[in-house]
Design a protein around this ligand. Structure first.
Ligand SMILES: Nc1nc2c(ncn2[C@@H]2O[C@H](COP(=O)(O)OP(=O)(O)OP(=O)(O)O)[C@@H](O)[C@H]2O)c(=O)[nH]1
Length: 286
């Protein structure tokens, strides 16, 4: 689903998350393992304040394992617990309750010392659109609950979903807006499919993807497009791919639109294997 984010929507989304903060012990922040920086809401720290949090690197099946390990260490260095999961296949989900327990241990021990009866941990999932919030909620609930495509601003009665005996989850996730200002962030969101019907020029996006592959995964690029060498000129690369794949138009000329479409589609559908588009050592501004 695509949401056009206007200032009013952002204020409303923020307000909704802020209100629900009071109901929960912990925030489960869902991000995309392929773009852990770009898939975070730009104001997340400000919004959730000092509320304990667990970061889930979702879609880890589509990300570079090495990068995911590094990101987990990177978060740990900042004192934030992060876990890699695949919400679609239900992988890594057992760790969620265990990690939440650890994060909240002190708080719950304090309550216990005060004589408060032990209770389940209350949690809420937050994240930008398309990061996998509904998929995860359904997985954790073991049934179909969250409608994919909740729009911020549409309030309904809160319900709690039991996740085993030890956790309760708000049935509606907090949907927060993505980063917009930075063009490269926009490209990363588009190339991973977080923004589908992209306003970005498809040629630009394909070029970005090819350049990224050339820099980070040159072997995979060469292999897939049967390249003996990587051409300097992107036009040459487009020509080569077009002829190889028969992406031709009138007069047998290479159709650049078709090539761009093909490149973006193949990157999104993992034809180049699992890819991570940003690494912690790049020192992206936090
Ligand atoms: N490969 C892979 N795909 C996933 C994973 N989690 C979710 N997806 C897919 O990502 C897409 C978006 O998932 P949703 O659960 O609808 O995302 P959402 O965050 O609820 O999206 P909004 O409702 O727009 O806020 C769907 O096509 C899911 O099947 C995962 O771990 N791995």
């Amino acid at each position: 689903m695509t949401i056009q984010w206007f200032p009013g929507h952002m204020a409303k989304a923020r307000r909704e998350v802020t209100e629900k903060l009071k109901l929960v012990d912990i925030i489960i922040e869902l991000i995309d393992a392929r773009i852990p920086y770009s898939s975070r809401n730009p104001m997340i720290d400000e919004i959730i304040q000092h509320k304990p949090r667990l970061v889930l690197l979702n879609k880890a099946d589509m990300a570079d394992r090495e990068a995911t390990k590094k990101w987990i260490r990177h978060f740990a260095d900042k004192g934030v617990r992060a876990i890699a999961i695949n919400a679609q296949a239900g992988e890594g989900l057992k760790q969620i309750t265990a990690a939440s327990h650890e994060i909240l241990k002190e708080k719950f021990d304090r309550l216990k010392a005060k004589g408060v009866k032990p209770r389940a941990i209350r949690a809420m999932i937050v994240g930008i659109p398309n990061v996998g919030k509904s998929t995860l909620i359904n997985r954790l609930a073991k049934r179909n609950i969250a409608k994919t495509g909740n729009t911020p601003g549409v309030t309904k009665a809160q319900q709690w979903i039991k996740v085993g005996k030890e956790m309760e989850l708000l049935d509606t996730p907090g949907i927060l807006w993505p980063k917009f200002e930075d063009q490269v962030v926009g490209k990363k969101l588009a190339i991973t499919g977080a923004i589908k019907d992209t306003l970005l020029n498809l040629h630009d996006l394909a070029l970005y993807g090819l350049k990224f592959l050339e820099e980070k995964y040159p072997d995979r690029l060469q292999e897939r497009f049967k390249l003996t060498a990587l051409p300097e000129d992107p036009v040459e690369l487009f020509e080569h791919i077009g002829r190889l794949r028969g992406a031709l138009g009138g007069g047998g000329l290479v159709d650049y639109d078709k090539v761009a479409e093909l490149v973006v589609r193949e990157i999104r559908s993992e034809k180049f294997g699992p890819l991570t588009f940003e690494w912690p050592e790049e020192g992206l501004a936090e």
